[in-house]
Design a protein. Structure first.
Length: 475
């Protein structure tokens, strides 16, 4: 039979549909646990509680730094676990329950606390929650790397997770609007804080229902084949050193860091440019635009996930990732013209292009990360999915930390406050609009250059797989 007639993915390499669904649906937890806080923090803590930009940035940065420290430890623990249930699944099951129990505690702080006391409450209970969440998240992210040895099936599996995560992102965009509903009013006034208390209970239930599914229904392919089970345990520092010595992985991390650094600055500035410059400080209207923007973002992402999934099988993951970056870069570049009080609906164009770009990013990056683990196994003879997942997670969180750390002071430097009027307000908003373009464009442009140096493609991965199977057999 000719190569043209061979199936793109061999039958033995395919992940069963229900395993994809069980794993992919749990991706909802990964999004809700991290991104709801990011999407609503400035509205709750700055707009309602009147904390400074720097205080909000400190809350977000503290939480990201903590789980950035905890992730590598948890990744190492799961890599070195040997049990009858596997390396990942016991932690996924227990971590989901603990995360569901601790998530609401972040939001149920007493209203009479001072700003400093509220910060302490949110950071303290946030650290407790993100410790529990790390127990779930690192094994969950590692599990994607163990489900199939096939280059294209990895992207297909990641696409199922991407669909569920995109739908969860729709809820993130709705949170502000939901928190302003009359049912959550306090003394007859809208209160995102009170709204988030009850929304957090719904998120906790979702975590409890979906979080354990991979533990119950997904197989650890490499562990069950004894490849991972039989390998010697490795020390934490040696594992981290070997992981960071992988050139392809470092390139992927630097690219992701620059992309997310630019994106987090873009999001932070955009929240204020849209609310105060385009919409004149009207919270309710701004929340409505966030709602419609999220709808457009989600629809575009769901369509483009399928487009990028098929496109990657024709032109490769690297080129798809570059196209994704170009779409986001274009969206950032046109904000000076699309963010205008004369036609607020033009802001929705940005949501469309960002949704298209992010679809490719969050589809390609996890799949390419799995490919890097194969390259590392070729060089070291070890399967250390937990180490790679944890370092990459740390890079994600460091990127957001830097973004928040930069965004808070830079927003403060624009001179903006809720009380500004006239020329002073116009000057502050102009400063915001300039930062809204210049900083993200710079980071994204550098990321595009870095991507050129990523060394893995379909042909190289096929060679690597052949060498691995010759050495230790098929999985």
């Amino acid at each position: 039979m000719s190569d043209q007639n061979q199936p793109l993915v061999a039958a033995e390499d395919r992940v069963p549909f229900w395993q994809k669904m069980a794993y992919g649906s749990a991706g909802t937890v990964d999004i809700l646990a991290v991104w709801v806080m990011v999407s609503i923090a400035y509205q709750v803590f700055q707009m309602e509680l009147k904390m400074s930009f720097n205080q909000v940035a400190l809350i977000l940065m503290s939480l990201r730094l903590w789980d950035g420290i905890a992730d590598p430890v948890m990744g190492w623990i799961s890599d070195n676990t040997r049990s009858r249930w596997g390396r990942r699944r016991p932690y996924i099951f227990v971590g989901a329950i603990l995360s569901a129990l601790t998530y609401p505690l972040i939001w149920w702080f007493p209203r009479e606390l001072t700003q400093t006391q509220t910060m302490g409450w949110v950071i303290g209970f946030g650290i407790i929650f993100y410790t529990c969440f790390t127990i779930w998240a690192m094994p969950f992210q590692s599990l994607l790397m163990e489900m199939t040895p096939d280059y294209n099936e990895r992207t297909r599996t990641a696409s199922v997770r991407g669909i569920f995560q995109t739908l969860a992102g729709l809820f993130n965009g709705l949170c502000w609007k939901l928190s302003l509903l009359p049912v959550f009013y306090v003394a007859g006034e809208a209160s995102p804080i009170n709204g988030m208390r009850y929304i957090s209970l719904g998120i906790a239930v979702t975590i409890l229902l979906l979080g354990p599914l991979p533990a119950l229904f997904v197989k650890e392919r490499y562990y069950e084949s004894a490849i991972s089970r039989s390998q010697e345990k490795i020390s934490l520092f040696k594992s981290l050193k070997e992981t960071l010595s992988c050139k392809a992985f470092v390139i992927l991390c630097v690219f992701t860091m620059l992309f997310l650094l630019g994106s987090s600055i873009f999001d932070s500035y955009g929240r204020y440019v849209g609310t105060y410059y385009v919409l004149g400080g009207d919270w309710d209207t701004a929340a409505t635009f966030v709602f419609w923007g999220t709808i457009i973002y989600t629809i575009t992402s769901l369509i483009m996930i399928q487009v990028f999934k098929h496109l990657s099988e024709k032109i490769g993951k690297n080129k798809c990732l570059f196209i994704s970056l170009a779409l986001v870069l274009f969206s950032v570049s046109i904000t000076w013209w699309t963010n205008t009080p004369n036609n607020p609906y033009l802001m929705l164009l940005n949501s469309m292009f960002v949704g298209a770009g992010y679809a490719g990013l969050w589809l390609m990056i996890p799949s390419m990360q799995v490919d890097v683990v194969d390259l590392d196994e070729l060089h070291t003879g070890e399967r250390r999915e937990g180490s790679f997942a944890s370092i990459f997670s740390w890079v994600l969180k460091l990127s957001f930390c830097l973004g928040f750390m930069i965004s808070g002071p830079l927003l403060q430097m624009t001179g903006f406050t809720d009380e500004l009027q006239g020329a002073a307000l116009e000057r502050a908003l102009t400063n915001m609009r300039v930062g809204y373009i210049v900083l993200p464009v710079s980071a994204l442009a550098i990321a595009a250059v870095i991507l050129k140096f990523f060394p893995l493609n379909a042909k190289r991965l096929d060679e690597i797989r052949g060498q691995l199977e010759e050495r230790r057999g098929k999985v």
